[in-house]
Design a protein around this ligand. Structure first.
Ligand code: ADP
Ligand code: G6P
Length: 483
């Protein structure tokens, strides 16, 4: 059995150079946090971008960079600033990301971006080919690298290739608008197995393959030349134990071991024991519905004025893709909204919204998860949303209420939460009211079911299911297809 090569744009860590010193910061985002647990437990090599462009790496530091990555079982693909502009900020995040999240009006169809995307995908494919031996398994991740499976297949026809998409696959009516739609589908079809978070995304993909390429699709098998490609859904889980154990440990902390953030949270709890904390954590991304959530909070305070001074919304937004204009606009919108609403509703003893625009260390995430009575996540579209799962895993006494958008992939597995349509303010305000008043017994009943499910379908099971399915696919005899 050969090794597994994981390929994604982001590596588990991002490198930075400060005053000539290299520092590695954990990457944020569902792909990196999820795959990190899989990678640390097995014999795999992870190939990706270090976070630094070629221009940012002085020659004398190049060997040190390779060493720093090797510590994380990783190896880098070298990318220039202009490649990152065209492939990452361009085609990946100004064309595909908005389109696949149904923000059609944000999606830019620029042939320059497309050319950069092809070129960089080829670089990733070459990096794989350089490291791969026969018998290895290649696992390609996400929308930045959709051409890679075909590029590797051309050179190594017998190698086992799996692809997993971490974002939604849109309906045919949306996908068909992409000028390079056939190329993207053919790129993906270089795989033996293509995985999605949900059955809906899988269905949308199969429909596009049938209607745009006219290929034969039988159940979830696609026939192409002498190969059969399997398509299936694998809802990604979390490292449940890591979160539940961190929460248990956190809850036993003595005063002296507590973080500054936790001490501040405790002080507020003590001064108003009946007050409730609402928590939202996301990358600052328009798909997450952050601005709408803040408008909905305003709507809630007006509809239920009895909760003024009794609730507080914590908005933790992680800086993301800040070179893309839509993200800059969103940052401005959220800054202004928070300012306006705090200005309108604050009293001498109460600020309704606490807004943090930064990444936080794991310990602080646990502080927030364990201290918040209600997690409130309202993506307008989200491939999965792992934050919802992480919140539930940290609720060791099984109290707490999750309010979750039905547009998140995770909503399919989290029916016991309060599911809402993020565009329906009336329904959201009522869900917040219900959550505040939910009896503890009911909270525990709901969370007990959720926790059992999340513990069983954890990230390890997700990765094993995917890899086993890929292995099965490779072992099947499809010689009849060629006849
Ligand atoms: P996405 O992949 O779109 O960013 P997910 O909810 O699936 O959304 O995954 C986000 C991941 O990033 C989670 O694992 C979460 O713990 C992590 N994360 C979110 N916010 C922060 C933060 N401020 N600091 C560190 N990690 C964060
Ligand atoms: C989502 C995507 C990942 C991406 C992450 C963070 O989870 O599916 O591929 O890595 O967001 O975004 P970034 O652009 O910073 O890598």
């Amino acid at each position: 059995m050969g090794k597994t090569i994981i390929i994604s744009n982001r590596l588990p860590v991002q490198l930075q150079i400060d005053n000539g010193e290299i520092t590695a910061i954990p990457s944020v985002g569902g792909l990196a946090t999820g795959m990190k647990s899989v990678h640390s437990g097995g014999d795999s090599l992870w190939i990706g971008w270090s976070g630094l462009t070629d221009e940012e790496i002085p020659d004398r530091l190049a060997p040190k960079i390779d060493k720093a990555l090797a510590k994380h079982g990783s190896s880098k693909v070298n990318l220039t600033e202009s490649e990152i502009d065209g492939y990452y900020y361009g085609f990946s995040n100004r064309t595909i990301w908005p389109l696949f999240h149904y923000f059609l009006e944000y999606s830019e169809f620029e042939s320059e971006y497309w050319e950069a995307y092809k070129k960089v995908n080829q670089k990733f494919a070459d990096a794989i080919l350089e490291k791969a031996d026969d018998g290895d398994t290649i696992w390609v991740h996400d929308y930045q690298l959709m051409l890679v499976p075909q590029m590797v297949r051309e050179k190594k026809p017998d190698i086992s290739i799996g692809f997993f998409l971490h974002i939604p696959f849109p309906s045919f009516e949306i996908f068909r608008t992409l000028p390079w739609r056939e190329e993207i589908l053919n790129g993906l079809l270089g795989s033996d197995l293509i995985g999605f978070h949900t059955y809906d995304y899988e269905r949308h993909f199969l429909s596009s393959v049938r209607r745009l390429l006219g290929l034969e699709v039988s159940f979830n098998d696609i026939s192409l030349d002498d190969r059969v490609i399997k398509v299936d859904s694998f809802p990604m889980g979390i490292d449940y134990k890591k979160f539940s154990e961190a929460a248990k440990k956190h809850n036993q902390n003595k005063e002296k071991d507590k973080s500054e953030l936790q001490k501040r949270l405790d002080t507020h709890k003590k001064s108003a024991p009946d007050a409730k904390f609402f928590l939202s954590i996301d990358r600052l991304d328009y798909s997450k519905g952050i601005a709408k959530r803040i408008y909905a909070f305003e709507y809630f305070l007006n509809k239920y004025p009895q909760y003024k001074e009794k609730v507080r919304l914590i908005v933790l937004a992680v800086p993301s893709r800040s070179n893309v204009p839509q993200y800059q606009l969103l940052k401005r919108e959220v800054d202004e909204l928070v300012g306006r609403i705090n200005g309108e509703f604050s009293t001498v003893s109460w600020t309704p919204i606490w807004y943090f625009y930064r990444s936080m260390p794991f310990e602080n995430l646990i502080d927030l998860y364990t201290s918040s009575d209600i997690a409130w996540l309202t993506p307008l579209r989200d491939g999965m949303n792992l934050v919802a799962k992480e919140y539930i895993a940290t609720r060791t006494d099984q109290t707490g209420v999750l309010i979750l958008s039905e547009m998140a992939g995770s909503a399919n597995e989290m029916n016991e939460s309060l599911l809402i349509n993020p565009n329906n303010f009336e329904q959201i305000a009522d869900a917040l009211h219900t959550a505040i008043n939910m009896p503890v017994e009911e909270q525990k009943q709901r969370n007990a079911i959720l926790q059992k499910r999340l513990e069983r379908y954890n990230v390890e099971k997700w990765a094993n299911d995917f890899m086993n399915s890929l292995l099965d696919q490779k072992e099947k005899d499809y010689s009849y297809v060629a006849r």
